[in-house]
Design a binder for this molecule. Structure first.
Ligand SMILES: NC(=O)c1ccc[n+]([C@@H]2O[C@H](COP(=O)([O-])OP(=O)(O)OC[C@H]3O[C@@H](n4cnc5c(N)ncnc54)[C@H](OP(=O)(O)O)[C@@H]3O)[C@@H](O)[C@H]2O)c1
Length: 250
């Protein structure tokens, strides 16, 4: 499969990376050890969106890495706001990626886990009706019973807290289902709650060469962390003017 030209700045290599080399760059040493990996794209001036969605920031290489991260994950965790705003569809990988997973002893598709307190999610949406794997909905004990009952038909609804979805309870719920490679695709509220819980192991951050100005939000929102954490630069890739970083817990 051909991919955009991507070179590695850190560690420095001269040859463009193949798809296999990009996959290697994001492969964890031990799939059985739980990893919470978060993937975001930001503008140069720190904005997470253009016209309310992230698509205006991406470039082909960002999409390549976005897809690679999905193929390497057991579960893709996304906040309901992002599912609604970005118009998410079912968590179905391309044929080549699904075949690659099969070759590597993984299920064809990762599980889709949605985070929602309100359960304002349409059970008739293709997120559920066209899902290759029954999605998970992570919610709270206070969630509306009627909405819960409607979603129960198309998904597994799991309580992970009373007031809010507690990231630690959410991770434990995923681990107990054998889902250790957790890819969080946002959005800012979910990321903020995971930072506050000191539950982030990796940030894969794409820096788009774009200035957006305005009051576009940043990639994390919510409570201030009591435990600011430094991450270590694992690699820095470049594709034209786009930078693709991978920061991991020291
Ligand atoms: N630049 C990027 O890479 C990127 C990535 C993702 C998203 N985005 C952008 O981010 C924006 C959406 O931001 P957002 O903050 O609304 O996204 P979000 O974090 O995906 O969604 C927020 C919603 O998720 C649920 N939620 C999140 N944390 C929760 C918790 N701890 N407990 C219970 N429910 C929780 C709530 O859903 P309910 O309302 O259903 O209770 C909440 O309203 C969109 O414009 C999207 O395009 C950008």
């Amino acid at each position: 499969m051909s991919i955009p030209t991507i070179t590695s700045l850190v560690p420095a290599t001269s040859e463009p990376l193949t798809l296999d080399a990009v996959i290697d760059a994001y492969t964890v040493p031990d799939r059985a050890a739980t990893t919470v990996r978060v993937n975001f794209v930001t503008s140069l001036d720190g904005g997470a969106t253009v016209d309310g969605v992230s698509g205006g920031l991406g470039r082909p290489a960002d999409k390549t890495v976005f897809d690679v991260l999905r193929r390497l994950s057991d579960v893709v965790l996304v906040g309901a706001g992002t599912v609604r705003d970005e118009g998410y569809g079912p968590m179905r990988l391309e044929v080549e990626a699904a075949a690659w997973r099969d070759d590597h002893g993984l299920p064809l598709h990762p599980v889709f886990a949605l985070v929602s307190g309100s359960l304002d999610l349409d059970p008739q949406s293709e997120v559920f009706t066209a899902a290759p794997v029954r999605p998970l909905v992570l919610t709270t004990t206070r969630a509306d019973p009627a909405r819960r009952a409607a979603l129960d038909v198309v998904a597994e609804v799991i309580d992970c807290g009373d007031e809010h979805v507690d990231p630690r309870q959410a991770i434990a719920a995923l681990e107990s289902r054998g889902l250790h490679q957790i890819l969080c695709e946002g959005g800012p509220s979910v990321f903020g709650s995971f930072i506050a819980a000191d539950a982030v192991d990796e940030l894969c951050l794409t820096i788009s060469p774009r200035l957006v100005g305005g009051d576009s939000r940043r990639i994390a929102a919510g409570p201030v962390s009591d435990t600011p954490r430094d991450l270590r630069l694992q690699h820095l890739l470049r594709s034209e003017e786009l930078l693709l970083s991978r920061y991991v817990r020291s």
